[in-house]
Design a protein around this ligand. Structure first.
Ligand code: SAH
Length: 194
């Protein structure tokens, strides 16, 4: 594995992620929202995450931007990064399939929103965010640059940190006891651990 091949793998996986997401975005546009909890703060968080997972690494791959923070690429990190990104895409696909029409890019409650607690949601409450963290980790391994590599963890980590509590409050307000019980028997990101 070379650094260039690792960059190509990063591009292929990001495009693959969008191919997986696109049909759900289309479906989401057709599914009515009952109550939206979006706002300037959500917009800012989504922008920070997109910058870290997309814009900064894309600029690095396209132009070598931030080259002063490069370090020597080790082939092993390319293999680890590839495996992590494949795991991320697999989990991403499953979470989208299982959330179905209940999915939103932001904090929305849909008309006839159903609480999903099956499939991967049986093990953790935020498996799609686990998938994004796997992507961010994959990026750190695939791009041998301290800025472009770590930008995903900083960007998505910011979104997660400032969103997850509000998302859970929203779900609790909507589903009450059912969500409280679900929260008591599940962790957030890593089964049995965190
Ligand atoms: N945090 C979840 C979902 C991310 S998508 C995950 O990481 O897998 C965000 C939207 O999903 C939120 O607007 C919320 O309405 C919805 N959502 C979150 N958890 C849900 C669940 N268990 N069942 C149904 N919808 C859920």
């Amino acid at each position: 594995m070379t650094a260039s091949l690792a960059q190509i793998i990063w591009i292929v996986c990001v495009v693959g992620w969008y191919v997986l997401r696109y049909p759900h975005e289309r479906k989401a546009r057709k599914t009515a929202v009952a109550a939206s909890h979006r706002g300037g703060r959500e917009w800012l968080l989504l922008s920070i995450s997109t910058t870290g997972l997309g814009i900064v690494p894309a600029a690095y791959v396209a132009t070598g931007f931030g080259g002063f923070a490069d370090y020597a690429f080790a082939p092993l990190q390319g293999y680890i990064g590839t495996a992590l990104f494949i795991a991320a895409l697999f989990l991403f696909h499953r979470t989208h399939r299982e959330l179905g029409r209940n999915w939103s890019v932001s904090l929305d409650v849909r008309e006839e929103h159903k609480l999903i607690t099956d499939g991967v949601y049986r093990y953790v409450r935020h498996p799609m965010y686990t998938a994004f963290f796997l992507w961010a980790l994959a990026q750190a391994f695939l791009l041998p640059n301290w800025i472009a590599g770590l930008a995903g963890l900083v960007g998505f980590g910011t979104l997660f940190t400032f969103r997850v509590f509000r998302e859970e409050q929203m779900m609790l307000a909507e589903f009450g006891e059912a969500y409280r019980a679900y929260s008591q028997r599940t962790k957030r990101l890593i089964p049995w651990i965190f």
